[in-house]
Design a protein around this ligand. Structure first.
Ligand SMILES: Cc1cc2nc3c(=O)[nH]c(=O)nc-3n(C[C@H](O)[C@H](O)[C@H](O)COP(=O)(O)OP(=O)(O)OC[C@H]3O[C@@H](n4cnc5c(N)ncnc54)[C@H](O)[C@@H]3O)c2cc1C
Ligand code: SF4
Length: 423
């Protein structure tokens, strides 16, 4: 895969075999300096982007367009890094435009294959299988299992525990944006880099007694990256910031020469901080099949009933207060006031950070979990789940590497069990 980073020896940030990290950008260095004074660590970020050629893929050429898909396959994605070598084994048949509707089972409750809709002609097709691995992302996999009802699985496949779709988690998230006068009217310089942060703030208070459990990390953004539509997030919120002491009125976007000058002056001086934290899994947070709504293929869709608890609100309050203090320590000023309790301290709605997990949780007890530790369904031994669903809890770390690690472990288990004739 190839991950850049640095060995830090931090308990909360396990070390690995890293590619060298890119140099911090100007605003990231300012962040490091401010945080040093607050005893908050800022370390090189850890991203699955190549900073050296690796396994036939070239190093990143710093175009900063990761969000559009990498034309040189320098960042990690399944199509470029996993599916391609699998294709080269000639043991893979890829069926595209296939919308899985249901997992088929026999009279013993074991999976026999998958029924899917061919999206090109709308026709239903079936594929037979002796093992079915569901990896449609946490919520969609729960939907597929819940839609797979049969005599042996009346509550949905692998759902005798009634846990499929429950314990939904996402990362908590909130942001603070500020203008840092030290960066106003900065010399134009090259801040190219990988499509994302070069440094970040790992969780640093695991030994402190706080009014919430678990932790969060902070991801910085801003600086002189390629501006896009709506950049700076509302000039009227910051154009009162003066670099020469001249009083300027707050508000009003302005127009003409002054607006252009404001954009030039403020470009590069805006720094954002986004907190991402751990949500506590709760049984009542769930997705279920909507009895009244189907998608364009006639497949019943999910509906969600997920809320934050006081735990997450307390955590996000701490994030807001900390991130605002960091902006002030950088000599800057946040562009917005601190969100109130009524505004949830600025917490984004569940699902917005797109780190869903927990919907097919693993555990030793079939009465309280869907899968065993190998991501294998308790109720149907030839059904596996390989996405965020098996995660019982979701640390504040972004979720994908854990999904990959568990999928790898499950794959090795399947191979071994197959060799032993158990599957
Ligand atoms: C904009 C964005 C930024 C993100 N940034 C990060 C990040 O920086 N770090 C991080 O760790 N995570 C990040 N995430 C989260 C991360 O992308 C997901 O957690 C991860 O992709 C989940 O992997 P998955 O294999 O479970 O699901 P997916 O990657 O969603 O793959 C599921 C696949 O199943 C297919 N599928 C779904 N339903 C069906 C069906 N019924 N039939 C057939 N096929 C189906 C889908 O088309 C898809 O190809 C981000 C997500 C988004 C959207
Ligand atoms: S910045 Fe992103 S898209 Fe551009 S080369 Fe690097 S990894 Fe690829």
């Amino acid at each position: 895969m190839g991950v850049f980073g640095s060995e830090e020896g931090m308990r909360n940030e396990p070390d690995g075999h890293f590619l060298p990290p890119p140099e911090p950008r100007c605003y990231e260095k300012l962040l490091q300096k401010a945080c040093r004074g607050m005893s908050i660590p800022v370390i090189p970020s850890r991203l699955s982007i190549l900073t050296r050629p690796h396994n036939g893929r070239p190093a990143c050429h710093y175009c900063g367009q990761c969000g559009r898909g990498c034309s040189t396959n320098s960042n990690f994605s399944s199509p470029s890094v996993l599916i391609r070598p699998a294709e080269q084994t000639n043991n893979l048949t890829l069926i595209t435009n296939a919308m899985a509707r249901e997992i088929l089972t026999d009279e013993n409750g074991l999976a026999t294959g998958v029924s899917y809709i061919n999206k090109e002609d709308g026709q239903e097709q079936q594929v037979r299988a002796s093992i079915v691995v569901v990896a449609a992302s946490a919520c969609e996999s729960a939907r597929l299992l819940l839609n797979s009802r049969s005599t042996r699985h009346p509550n949905g496949l692998a759902n005798s525990s009634d846990c499929v779709g429950r314990y939904v988690t996402d990362s908590t998230g909130t942001s603070v944006m500020g203008v840092v006068p030290a960066l106003l009217g900065n010399l134009p310089h090259n801040e190219d880099g990988v499509g994302g942060m070069h440094v970040y703030v790992p969780w640093w208070l695991e030994d402190e007694k706080l009014d919430f459990v678990r932790g969060y990390h902070i991801e910085p953004w801003g600086g002189r990256q390629m501006p896009s539509y709506g950049f700076l997030g509302g000039i009227q919120r910051m154009n009162h910031t003066s670099d020469d002491g001249t009083p300027r009125p707050r508000g009003g976007g302005g127009y003409g020469v002054q607006l252009k000058e404001d954009y030039r002056r403020l470009y590069g001086a805006v720094v954002g901080l986004s907190g991402r934290g751990e949500m506590i899994a709760r049984r009542e947070n769930r997705c279920t099949i909507d009895p009244h709504q189907v998608d364009q293929y006639g497949i019943p869709v999910l509906r969600f009933d997920v809320t934050w608890s006081d735990q997450e609100y307390a955590q996000v309050k701490h994030m807001q207060e900390t991130m605002r203090s960091i902006i002030y320590a950088m000599g800057g000023e946040p562009t917005d006031t601190m969100p109130s309790r009524e505004e949830g301290y600025g917490i984004l709605p569940p699902g917005r950070i797109i780190h869903e997990g927990g919907t097919t949780r693993m555990g030793h007890d079939p009465r309280t979990s869907v899968l065993n530790k190998w991501c294998q369904a308790h109720d149907a031994k030839n059904v596996f789940v390989a996405d965020g669903g098996p995660l019982v809890s979701q640390a504040h770390k972004n979720i994908t590497w854990t999904i990959l690690a568990l999928a790898w472990r499950a794959s090795e288990y399947i191979v071994e069990e197959r060799k032993r004739g158990h599957l």
